[in-house]
Design a protein around this ligand. Structure first.
Ligand code: PLP
Length: 474
């Protein structure tokens, strides 16, 4: 290979960029298919304190057998104590359509920021659905099919999860009905079309198709919808049909488990680059993509091998479950049909403002992340929409990739940390979880570019109201 091909793109080479331990300056770190991890990493046996139990929504007692929402294989993964769980060959075969995903060194961003920090990003936007979500969608479709389920029901916010599951279902021959949060259904018609192209049926939520939907519509015909409502509708649908199960795209332990393929790949790729991260940054909606990235690394922090590793969860200021929520027992959904989880929550009846980062509009947070947050192993920051888009545009102009608005939250904090390195003169290694591309979010970019994008204040009063409606658990 000629030397010029090994160089980072024009202008990015003013600083000495020799990577420690490596002989070559590289921009992309690509694993071969044979190096794709063949098991998921389960954090549960490595937690310094056990995770609080999940409570049955009706009895409010600890249960390992919540309502029959999921197939057996998924239920057992939810509470498994096995450290590594084999990825079925059929699931690996689908993963190989786009996995392993690339890890990049962001030379051009470093240059633009004039920072001594080394910035790496792991890009999940190369999947057919454009995000990390197929990592669990494919696995869930597979297990449901194997156990004889004919049809799935699910919710979707921005449409990322619905489209990922639509693809998973069509691969394994399952029908899918998607309850799509109404504000996104109208803001992002292309994601609906994506789901329909993969064969799913999509309705805006709240919908007249379920009791929950009809109740919400009666109270507020203009309800923009929320993930909490859409989850309730999908669960009600699954309960109402014998051949149907429910599938969730984030928050649950088994979803985080399936996403750990991201972090395990990134670990190998960082090794190829001859570095180990000092800071890992990602966005959190329900917490799945970022947990998938950091859980394989946090083991080193828990075991004392890398005690100063910083892990920063980034959430929207308008829906700040970690930084402003209460750590308590709450329902995962609006109607109280889902298991009760111990998590940071803004209240299951909280209706987040119609942010563009639809995937971050969730009232709660993955119990695993909340637990690690309480134990002091991860940090959290809330950022607002306008600076997030500013960061997303800056990233697009130097690295090329137009990030999903969700992922742009993480870019904002990555840039802040890189600038802090410039101030302090420290050369830290930052690993950014870039959860997806923003090709279906261009209307939001359009709003930003034309100066019409507004910031939402933290809706303190509405959160107070929602917190008053928490379930009573003794
Ligand atoms: C859904 C989504 C998120 C938020 O969900 P998590 O479970 O927190 O990962 C983040 N980024 C993208 C691109 C998404 O589609």
């Amino acid at each position: 290979m000629s030397n010029i091909l090994r160089q980072p793109l024009t202008g990015a080479n003013t600083r000495k960029q020799k990577i420690e331990g490596g002989t070559m300056e590289r921009t992309k770190f690509i694993l071969e298919e044979k190096d794709m991890p063949t098991s998921w990493y389960n954090i549960l046996p490595d937690l310094p304190e056990p995770l609080p139990p999940e409570l049955h929504p009706a009895t409010k007692e600890p249960t390992r057998l919540p309502p029959p929402l999921f197939p057996e294989a998924i239920n057992s993964q939810e509470f498994s104590t096995e450290r590594y769980i084999n990825i079925p060959e059929e699931v690996q075969a689908v993963y190989r359509l786009w996995r392993p995903t690339p890890l990049y060194r962001a030379y051009r961003l470093e240059k633009a920021l004039d920072t001594p920090a080394k910035i790496f990003y792991k890009y999940e936007g190369t999947s057919p659905a454009g995000s990390h979500k197929p990592n669990t969608a494919v696995a869930q479709a597979y297990y449901n099919k194997k156990e004889g389920v004919r049809r799935l029901a699910t919710e979707t916010g921005a449409g990322q999860w619905g489209s990922a599951l639509a693809m998973g279902c069509v691969f394994f021959g399952l029908e899918l009905k998607v309850y799509m949060v109404k504000v996104s259904y109208y803001q992002k018609p292309y994601r609906r079309i994506l789901m329909e192209t993969w064969g799913a049926k999509v309705v805006p939520s709240p919908s007249p198709d379920t009791e929950v939907g009809r109740r919400v519509l009666k109270e507020n015909p203009d309800s923009p919808g929320s993930l909490g409502i859409a989850i309730s509708e999908a669960i009600e649908d699954a309960f109402a049909h014998d051949d149907t199960k429910y599938s969730i795209g984030s928050v649950a332990n088994h979803v985080l488990l399936h996403q750990t393929i991201i972090g395990q790949e990134a670990m190998k790729q960082m090794k190829m680059a001859g570095v180990y991260p000092d800071i890992i940054v990602g966005c959190v909606g329900g917490g799945s993509n970022f947990a998938g990235m950091f859980l394989p690394f946090i083991k080193d922090k828990i075991k004392g091998k890398k005690p100063d590793l910083r892990i920063i969860c980034v959430e929207p200021q308008a829906c700040p479950s970690l930084t402003k929520g209460v750590y308590t027992w709450d329902f995962g959904d609006e109607a109280g049909l889902a298991p009760i989880l111990k998590m940071h929550t803004l209240g299951h009846s909280f209706m987040p403002p119609p942010l563009h980062a639809g995937g971050l509009r969730y009232h709660g947070m993955a119990p695993i992340i909340c637990h690690l947050y309480k134990l002091g192993f991860v940090e959290a920051q809330a950022v607002s929409q306008v600076p997030v888009f500013e960061a997303g545009v800056k990233f697009a102009r130097v690295e090329g990739i137009i990030p999903a608005p969700e992922a742009a939250h993480a870019i904002k904090v990555t840039i802040d940390e890189a600038l802090a390195c410039r101030e302090s003169g420290q050369s830290k290694t930052i690993l950014l979880a870039l959860s997806g591309h923003g090709h279906f979010d261009l209307a939001a970019y359009d709003e930003y570019l034309s100066g019409k994008l507004a910031d939402y204040e933290y809706p303190e009063e509405k959160v107070k109201e929602a917190l008053a409606a928490l379930p009573k658990v003794s």
